[in-house]
Ligand binder design. Structure first.
Ligand SMILES: [Fe+2]
Ligand SMILES: [Fe+2]
Length: 464
């Protein structure tokens, strides 16, 4: 056997002559110059593995607290565009957190350790942030102070760590920062919009200054900066943990209803439909836009359920982003069908029922009843729309069906974890009881109905 014209190796001969064999140079032409792009990275960094992990743990904790702060303010933020953007950014922060957690696991820090990490001073900072007076104050502090400080801390970390030994951290930070550019730019526009809309700019600046002062008093994001004086007083001082709004706030562009789940009843015949399909289509499109309440429900669950692995935050955050997309799809489809989205009344019945239910039950209700139902509805609808040649909404609901199937499986996984049981039936039964009690309390059903109400009917009333 011959290769490249050389006789086949005989026992030992190749081993002995290897370092001088022309084959060592490989095939191709030996180059006259070796001017490949130079690797400019500096060797040596400021951090040991321990110091690196210590700082990454704080970054992780900031990301986790930011996404939970956004979730906690979802109900109390009426402005449509802001609610939607919170829904998106919750997931951007969850992704950042997950990347950092994974990197930490490569730096001798177990995921369980990362998930349990606490810092009293950072917790106090977030408690103060959560006690923002209005959504505009929250946006001003979060997007105008926290995010720019985090961006700076990330940049410094990636510049100071060993560029070669710690390259995975450097690359990770680069990816995280691409989302930060987008979020900070959006925040700037949003603060301007709040000011144009009537908020006092000086007041928002004052709150930003206050939050920044508190952040600097603990040495900044990394805790290694010069310790500056604390603000004289805190809004959150001596108060219990911030409680999220129990009202699903809607800005005044929306008309709302809560006495029924039927759009036609709420509309009182104001909208005419040429065909049954038209009616079915607009109903489903409205259901999607009104999944603003799904953003809120999952936001409440994420804010209120504690002592869970970060995987819970991550999955819930992703579901929230999906529900955000469903809301956007509904809103845009309304426009595509020739409606002004704000003319179509927004249904609040589901969130009104869920808002006072303990978080684990509102989670079980929306997942096992609402989402299980919408998976079927979307599939049926998509088939019919394709048949009728309406590819636009057919495809849209085809994607929504795909999303909702993942929500079901993620939801069931975490429900079993939280309820500490493997029996979905058991969770369903308990949840049905809590939901029926709440419907009775609100006077939406009477005692006779309560005794016989089916799974499907309940799903229809409360929905996703
Ligand atoms: Fe959805
Ligand atoms: Fe969903």
């Amino acid at each position: 056997m011959e290769r490249n014209g050389h006789p086949a190796d005989t026992h030992g001969e190749m081993e002995n002559s290897w370092s001088n064999t022309p084959e060592l140079r490989g095939i191709g032409v030996p180059l006259a110059k070796y001017n490949f792009p130079k690797d400019q990275r500096r060797l040596g960094g400021d951090f040991s593995v321990e110091e690196n992990a210590k700082r990454l743990l704080r970054f992780f904790y900031f990301e986790r607290n930011i996404l939970r702060a956004l979730a906690g303010w979802s109900m109390g933020t009426p402005e449509f565009e802001v609610k939607v953007e919170f829904g998106r950014h919750i997931y951007w922060h969850a992704e950042a957190g997950m990347k950092i957690r994974t990197r930490l696991s490569e730096l001798r820090t177990a995921e369980e350790t990362t998930d349990k990490f606490q810092s009293a001073e950072i917790a106090e900072l977030f408690s103060e942030l959560l006690y923002s007076e209005t959504p505009a104050h929250l946006v001003a502090a979060l997007y105008g102070v926290f995010l720019p400080h985090l961006k700076q801390a990330y940049l410094e970390h990636s510049a100071h760590t060993d560029q070669v030994a710690d390259a995975p951290t450097v690359r990770m930070i680069r990816h995280i920062l691409s989302d930060y550019e987008e979020m900070i730019a959006w925040g700037k526009g949003a603060i301007e919009a709040y000011v144009q809309g009537g908020y006092n700019e000086a007041e928002l600046h004052k709150w930003q200054y206050h939050i920044e002062k508190l952040l600097r008093s603990m040495g900044g994001i990394t805790g290694t900066g010069t310790l500056m004086p604390r603000p004289d007083s805190l809004r959150s001082e001596g108060k219990p943990p911030f409680e999220r709004s129990f009202i699903a706030t809607r800005d005044p562009r929306f008309g709302t209803f809560e006495h029924t789940y039927e759009y036609q009843v709420a509309d009182g015949g104001r909208i005419e439909y040429a065909t049954d399909f038209d009616k079915l289509r607009l109903n489903l499109v409205r259901t999607q836009r009104d999944e603003m309440d799904a953003i809120e429900t999952f936001g409440n669950v994420l804010y209120e359920i504690r002592d869970v692995p970060f995987g819970f935050d991550y999955d819930l955050s992703r579901i929230i982003w999906d529900e955000t997309r469903h809301t956007e799809l509904g809103h845009k489809a309304m426009e595509a069908l020739g409606h002004n989205p704000y003319d179509l009344l927004n249904r609040l019945l589901g969130i009104k029922v869920r808002t006072k239910m303990p978080a684990l039950y509102s989670f079980a209700e929306i997942n096992l009843f609402g989402e299980a139902n919408i998976v079927q509805e979307c599939l049926r609808y998509a088939r019919e729309a394709y048949d009728k040649g309406d590819d636009l909404t057919g495809r849209k609901f085809d994607f929504v069906n795909a999303d909702e199937r993942t929500h079901l499986s993620k939801g069931v996984h975490w429900l079993k974890h939280i309820f500490q049981t493997d029996s979905v039936q058991e969770i369903e039964q308990k949840t049905k009881k809590v939901a029926v009690d709440r419907l009775l309390e609100l006077g939406i059903i009477n005692h006779d109905v309560a005794l016989t109400i089916s799974h499907r009917e309940l799903a229809k009333i409360i929905g996703e």
